[in-house]
Design a protein around this ligand. Structure first.
Ligand SMILES: [Cu+2]
Length: 209
């Protein structure tokens, strides 16, 4: 009776070790993907948003949070990419008051004149692009691109976007930039992710510099 219990204990332990080890191996097998973005003239593009969507199955975040601060009469960062469902807070770190708002259909909102931290963050529950302005300072602008996938990144100064490890499969790779003409659709292409990740260059069909 006693020995049986010990044996089953050891068995449970061994299977736990096995599961942990196989997860480690599976994790290691997926490499990150690096997408290089250039504009139509071949120049590397900063602040482009790159994301891989699973066709036909939007993935929504339930607890993700992000922050866009106001500092030196600027929204920072200038471009933010979040997964649909993310709550964004807009702390004002200036001594002057700001009045952040958007008329964008994906999320019209208004945070009336405030300093410090506004009471509640704004939940971005629909994919699309939201342009944020300040009612007091016309030059203040920020872009939020909301995507139905957890696999997204923003390009750095060298035009490189480093996507997190993506499970193998077929995806639609989309690339968006604030300079994209509003009437133009987001550029997209079909991709296949395998265990080596993906290294790819995307050329935008407009000038972004
Ligand atoms: Cu302002």
């Amino acid at each position: 009776m006693h020995r049986l219990r010990i044996n089953s204990c050891i068995f449970t332990l061994l299977s736990l070790v096995y599961v942990a080890a196989s997860q480690l191996v599976a994790g290691a097998a997926h490499a990150n993907s690096v997408i290089q973005v250039t504009d139509s003239s071949g120049q590397p593009v900063q602040d482009a948003v790159v994301y891989a969507e699973l066709a036909g199955s939007p993935q929504i975040a339930k607890t993700a949070t992000a922050e866009i601060q106001q500092k030196d009469k600027k929204f920072m960062p200038f471009v933010t990419v979040v997964q649909t469902g993310t709550s964004i807070s807009f702390p004002n770190n200036d001594t002057v008051r700001h009045h952040a708002y958007s008329f964008s259909p994906a999320k019209p909102f208004e945070l009336k004149l405030y300093s410090g931290k506004p009471a509640a963050p704004v939940i971005f529950d629909k994919s699309g692009t939201v342009i944020v302005g300040c009612n007091i300072h016309d030059q203040m602008v920020a872009y939020i691109h909301i995507v139905d996938t957890p696999y997204f990144a923003k390009t750095d100064a060298s035009g490189a976007a480093r996507l997190p490890a993506i499970p193998a499969g077929k995806y639609i790779l989309k690339t968006w930039h604030p300079k994209q003409p509003a009437s133009a659709p987001v550029q997209e292409q079909n991709i296949q992710i395998d265990s080596n990740g993906l290294n790819l260059t995307v050329k935008l069909n407009y000038k972004a510099g």
